[in-house]
Design a protein around this ligand. Sequence first.
Ligand SMILES: [Zn+2]
Length: 371
Amino acid sequence: MLICKQKIFSVSLAALMLVTSCNNTKQSDKFPNKEEKPINIILMIGDGMGVSQISTMFYFNPEDSEFKRFEHIGFIKTSSASNKVTDSAAAGTALATGHKTYNRGIGVTPDSVSLTSIMKLLQNKGYQTGLISLSSITDATPASFYANVTDRNMQEEIARQLVESNIDFFAGGGLKFFNQRFDGLNLTSLLKQKGYLLDSLVLPASIKSEEKFAGLMANDGLLPKHEGRGQFLKEATELALNRLSGSQNGFFLMIEGSYIDWAGHAKNSEFLIAEMLDFEETLKVAIDYVDNNKNTLLIVTGDHETGGVSIEKTNNSDSVVVTFKTDQHTADLIPVFAKGFGEEQFRGFYENTDVFNKISILTGINKNIGR
Ligand SMILES: [Zn+2]
């Protein structure tokens, strides 16, 4: 296992203090053997969520941070094949496929060969699958799990590939890429033909276990939290877990908190804290699920940091304030939190591609078929 490389990267003392010791602890007894039951995977990605974004929840969340419930923490290096500072496309591709690619590439190698994502590989094993995003479901992070395109801007082609991907549950924005297309196709009709329950206004209260769900809740992305988005991320997660947990063959669910990144680009602390609080509410749902379903592994990470965020003292008192050094992404190492089956494997320092490798090993996929 590639989990004991503490000295390969230079990181701040504060970051080091967050890392639990790296060892090869045997699989904990409290979780079942993977041979007994398929291991469900819940992967939560905070887009643009680094250590400082998480730290805001230790100062600006009136409740105890949900992140305190993790005991197994590691760090990933997020650089892409083309740039030390990645974008969400290359970072999403690394997490989803185990391969580094160039910035803007989705599900392809640097020489544009299509890759198979962890979600597809698990689908081939009989898993049911789900994707949730606050931005368009065709945006870089969710797209990395089902699409193969040479540029993240190819959103209409990404939407076409989503319709072909046979995902059991998806919810996010991006309706216009399905029904207002330059090629005139109406992909929402095609989704209905394929048996999807389609909704673009409100999430249904429940979905039958044999039903597929397509939630396209906005033309582009959904609203930012502080502009009135409501509880979409939490409610979609509850709905997806309810629907997917009926699967006898396991499930894979990816949930993206997309706008933590937007808050960094906007250098807006109110925006950032609102998105982090929203992410925490959803995180509570996921952690509670893992606590009650021991054959499940929850992994929480970010694709990169955005904003060069830090928490600084103010001039006149002991209070602290969120500041931004840039409106761009940075090359900060990003924490990985794991809870549930195989949680120990996510300790230490490793590349973002190893998240794919670790999930592959824990779920019994031969990682060599990822390419
Ligand atoms: Zn960004």
